[in-house]
Design a protein around this ligand. Structure first.
Ligand SMILES: [Zn+2]
Length: 302
């Protein structure tokens, strides 16, 4: 059993694990890195990907990226941007809308949809009534664009008993019934593709590739990818079957990528098809290497 001081690495240099990024917009998307590795693919009007390189070019991986992309939103706190990921959606009836600065139903209350979003605490904790936060999601599906804006209600969970404290789950509210229905479809399909990928990984172990979807520079949505992570640092056991750890990786990110979802293939928490509560998010970078927040991995005892 690993001790709390273990810092397993894969033995590669940082340069060997550097990945590539490309913009997730309609049409042809292409990005390359300093080593001239290229990520090039086409996105159709329906939001399908064509020509993704191996090992992203499988039906389940392509489905995961498509749904992960639709569930990733741009968070704005005053003039500062970061990225967030919709982990869960639920409906509620409120006597008064809990959304700070929500323009709809604010006094009279009524029906609303709460989006539970994981993101970087050091950005959203700066939100105040004078400096409210909102998340904006936009994507193409069924041949047309979908857009949804939700307003911050509150921070509902953070890393507890930990000095680092950069991970958080926050709730945003929206009243956009039609677009929420589309979002829920994407959440279900994302969870299904996560489960399929994990079961496939278990059968046919490969590298634990890393995928990040974020809004670098507050601009267009970006897919970042690297073929394997650089380092995984065990921090502590949370309970018998869960450990707290953080990852480092060469998937390209920027300042505004903080809060973005970090998908690591083969990480068992990603394989159960539902949210267990503490998935990794992108937290910060040192040079070309990005670092996740603390997150919980399921310990696979098989
Ligand atoms: Zn409202």
């Amino acid at each position: 059993m690993a001790s709390a001081h273990d810092t397993p690495t894969l033995g590669e240099t940082e340069e060997e694990v550097l990945g590539v990024a490309a913009v997730l917009e309609d049409g042809r998307s292409r990005g390359s890195n300093q080593q001239n590795h290229v990520l090039s693919f086409k996105i159709t009007k329906n939001g399908e990907f064509e020509g993704l390189p191996d090992p992203l070019n499988t039906p389940d991986m392509s489905s995961l990226i498509r749904h992960m992309s639709r569930l990733t939103g741009k968070i704005k706190v005053g003039t500062v941007h970061c990225t967030g990921f919709v982990q869960a959606v639920r409906q509620g009836i409120f006597p008064k809308c809990p959304g700070r600065m929500c323009p709809e139903n604010h006094q009279n209350g009524g029906r609303g949809y709460i989006l539970t979003v994981t993101t970087a605490l050091h950005v959203v904790e700066k939100a105040t009534d004078q400096c409210p936060a909102k998340v904006k999601l936009s994507w193409h599906q069924d041949g047309r664009p979908h857009q949804l804006t939700a307003h911050l209600c509150s921070v509902v969970d953070t890393d507890k008993d930990c000095s680092e404290k950069d991970w958080c789950a926050v709730e945003f509210i929206t009243h956009n019934t039609e677009t929420v229905a589309k979002l829920k479809e994407n959440l279900e399909e994302f969870q299904e593709s996560q489960g399929n990928l994990y079961r496939e990984y278990k059968r046919n172990k490969g590298d634990q590739l890393v995928i990040i979807v974020s809004y670098p520079n507050g601009g267009a949505k970006q897919l970042s990818y690297c073929p394997k992570f650089y380092k995984r640092e065990h921090v502590k056991y949370v309970r018998e079957d869960q450990e707290s750890c953080r990852y480092s990786y060469g998937a390209p990110t920027s300042e505004e990528s903080r809060g973005a979802p970090v998908f690591i293939l083969g990480q068992p928490l990603c394989g159960y098809g539902y949210w267990l509560g503490h998935p990794h998010i992108h937290s910060r970078s040192t040079g070309a290497i990005g670092h996740s927040s603390l997150g919980n991995d399921h310990v696979d005892r098989e």
